[in-house]
Design a protein around this ligand. Structure first.
Ligand code: GLN
Length: 309
């Protein structure tokens, strides 16, 4: 029996949608600046039942940094733990996700964790493929499997818009290339990275991805392993320690579930052995997290006593 009802989702969303006025949509990626702050949606995908949803649940958005969890899972499957953690560390940081500062003080330019941009660029750089097209294909293959939807792809306009303006991400990648953390063509890496960030889905599809992690990497319908359980465990641990950027500590206290957000305004949360929850609302707080999403998850966790701590 599912522990969240349709009424719960509707009630919580109704209660928190006013918070959209307390944030701003991301505009450093020009194509995201057009998002309407009042749009919101939520879906809950239980591992043992039917998906529930409320709000504009058919609205599609780009997953942005949520893709970092998926490329981390893929890199761990392809190369194993020691190879991945040679390139990227496992520690949370109080710096913002786009920070370049700590890279210079780390030895030797090793990013703190795979959930900040530098770390995600280093991880994406490891994805197998002869060229960027093959690498993007590998990432999409896993996303489609997790969401159980072959039609999922990336938004070319958002990818292009970010590719053309990603001066800071380019700087991070070039700095890491100088120090041997990134190899090969930085432009190809940026091509893959901006396309993975521009992967488009609805809250229902995103909640299904959360459900796979809630089920320790297994398909919620068939129970087939889609991601090895130790890889799912590592990904969920990073979601707890680093998933909400430099607000992860506050989020762990106020909500207490593994979660990952993206600057489009999406958040995916994992309720272990229960299901995946996805919330969308494009207005962001100063740390880059959806204000409606955070308030929603706070309300859900508090009413259901679902903190894992
Ligand atoms: N594509 C975005 C960037 O690299 C993703 C960042 C995010 O969602 N926090 O800036």
């Amino acid at each position: 029996m599912t522990e969240i009802s349709q009424k719960d989702l509707e009630y919580w969303l109704e209660h928190v949608r006013i918070y959209a006025n307390n944030g701003d949509v991301a505009d450093y990626i020009p194509a995201l600046a057009n998002q309407q702050p009042e749009i919101n949606a939520v879906a809950y995908y239980p591992i043992d039942g039917e998906v529930l949803y409320a709000g504009q649940s058919e609205y599609t958005f780009t997953i942005q940094s949520i893709s970092k969890v998926i490329t981390l899972a893929l890199a761990l499957v392809q190369h194993g733990e020691s190879a991945v953690f040679n390139r990227v560390d496992k520690e949370p940081t109080s710096d913002p996700f786009y920070s370049i500062g700590t890279l210079e003080v780390e030895e030797p330019a090793k990013p703190s964790n795979p959930m900040i941009n530098a770390g995600a660029l280093a991880v994406t750089n490891m994805i197998r493929g002869r060229d960027s097209e093959e690498m993007v294909h590998e990432i999409l293959k896993l996303v489609r499997m997790l969401a159980n939807d072959e039609s999922i792809t990336y938004d070319e306009e958002v990818a292009k818009s970010e590719f053309e303006t990603a001066f800071l991400n380019r700087s991070l990648a070039y700095f890491m290339k100088q120090n041997g953390i990134v190899t090969g063509s930085v432009e190809e890496l940026l091509d893959v990275y901006t396309k993975q960030c521009a992967i488009t889905m609805t809250v229902k599809q995103l909640a299904r991805i959360g459900a796979v992690f809630a089920n320790d990497g297994r398909d919620p319908e068939t129970n087939n392993p889609l991601v090895p359980s130790h890889v799912a465990r590592i990904c969920k641990t990073f979601m707890v320690t680093c998933g909400m950027y430099n607000a992860s500590g506050t989020f762990a206290i106020n909500v207490g579930i593994p979660a990952k957000s993206g600057v489009s305004g999406a958040i995916v949360g994992v309720l272990r052995n229960k299901g995946g929850i996805a919330v969308f609302g494009p207005a962001l707080d100063e740390k880059g997290n959806s204000v409606v999403g955070i308030h929603f998850l706070e309300k859900m966790a508090q009413e259901k006593h679902w903190s894992m701590f």
